[in-house]
Design a protein around this ligand. Structure first.
Ligand SMILES: C[S@@+](CC[C@H](N)C(=O)[O-])C[C@H]1O[C@@H](n2cnc3c(N)ncnc32)[C@H](O)[C@@H]1O
Length: 311
């Protein structure tokens, strides 16, 4: 199947990355290179692009779309290990970093990856299946009812979290839950019919929560952002697009902390911590897609972009 993913907030990304020919750019979530292709054009002919993804299918599609030659390198890896990846690539610094978080359209659309509630497949959801680790089936089969409730409530913002967790625990006592289709049926049974009549697919929030858990999406973000800021050249930019309020909160907090500098209590007459601001936040409010973009690309609807510049 063809790898199709429409880049979100493309014009805003390139504007806030503030690129010019010769820039060294790291795209930490390469996907099918939708953003990277435009970045590559803007930094040519002397720029250098490092593209990172943990998903083999994304790297294959991106290599085909970009044809980088001497102008860059694609790395398979987890942006949670950014320092190692960039050191091994021989980079000394970068002028811009892009994080376009979450999953790509093909990851959702290729049924066999187990991310989709629209098709029946093995309940997997790992972005890097070759890397081992727990699948979504392992999570629903082994976590306690209270842990499942917390995951669904926190990562899925699911108001029926405790009912869904109770139904999962009851269902798995009969037989293990192995497929996306089985999970969808359990979620549907757990949510009262009146609440299922309107809004998005009833299993959307449950699937999102499990995906975030399986891929440790929130756990890696804080460290990866701080690491990227350390690699940035002075005046360099970091741009992050998030699709979930918890992700956006992490981005906002890291940017706020690194742009504040001093962390002494306000009643201290002189600064004792000696910490100086390392970032200047460029987007006072998160940038969101226009109504036209959301109309053309439903997956853009929850996107929030924040950008900052290294002082
Ligand atoms: C929203 S897509 C990016 C799409 C891309 N910007 C484009 O326009 O084609 C997110 C990508 O980030 C990758 N990804 C998510 N978390 C990652 C991580 N921790 N390390 C490396 N790649 C990750 C996913 O595999 C996916 O391909």
């Amino acid at each position: 199947m063809e790898y199709r993913h429409k880049p979100v907030l493309l014009a805003e990304v390139t504007k806030h990355l503030s690129l010019h020919p010769g820039s060294i750019v790291v795209d930490c979530t390469l996907g099918g290179a939708g953003h990277a292709k435009r970045i590559h054009d803007l930094i040519a002919p002397t720029g250098f692009l490092v593209g990172i993804d943990q998903d083999d299918a994304a790297l294959v599609a991106a290599a085909d779309a970009l044809r980088l030659g001497q102008q860059g390198i694609l790395l398979k890896g987890d942006f949670g290990e950014l320092d190692t990846l960039l050191s091994e690539a021989g980079l000394a610094y970068a002028d811009a970093f892009l994080f376009d978080l979450g999953v790509s359209s093909p990851q959702l659309d290729f049924a066999e990856r187990g991310f989709s509630y629209h098709a029946d497949a093995s309940l997997d959801m790992r972005m890097n299946p070759a890397g081992g680790g727990s699948t979504a089936a392992d999570v629903v089969d082994s976590y306690s009812e209270s842990e499942l409730t917390r995951i669904l409530r926190e990562y899925g913002e699911e108001r029926w979290a405790s009912r869904i967790a109770a139904f999962i625990v009851a269902a798995r006592a009969r037989r293990p839950i192995r497929t996306t289709g089985e999970l969808v049926e359990i979620v549907k049974a757990a949510i009262p019919a009146s609440a299922r009549r309107t809004g998005p697919h009833p299993a959307r929030r449950t699937f999102q929560a499990l995906r975030i858990k399986v891929n440790h999406e929130l756990e890696k973000l804080d460290g990866a952002l701080r690491s990227a800021v350390r690699w940035l050249s002075s005046g360099g930019r970091i741009v992050v697009i998030s699709y979930h309020s918890l992700e956006d909160r992490i981005v906002k907090n890291v940017f706020a902390e690194l742009s504040r500098g001093c962390v002494c209590p306000p009643d201290l007459p002189v600064c004792r911590c000696g910490m100086k601001p390392v970032l200047h936040v460029v987007t006072k409010k998160a940038v969101v897609p226009s109504a036209e973009e959301i109309e053309a690309n439903a997956r853009a609807r929850s996107a929030k972009l924040r950008a900052a510049e290294k002082v």
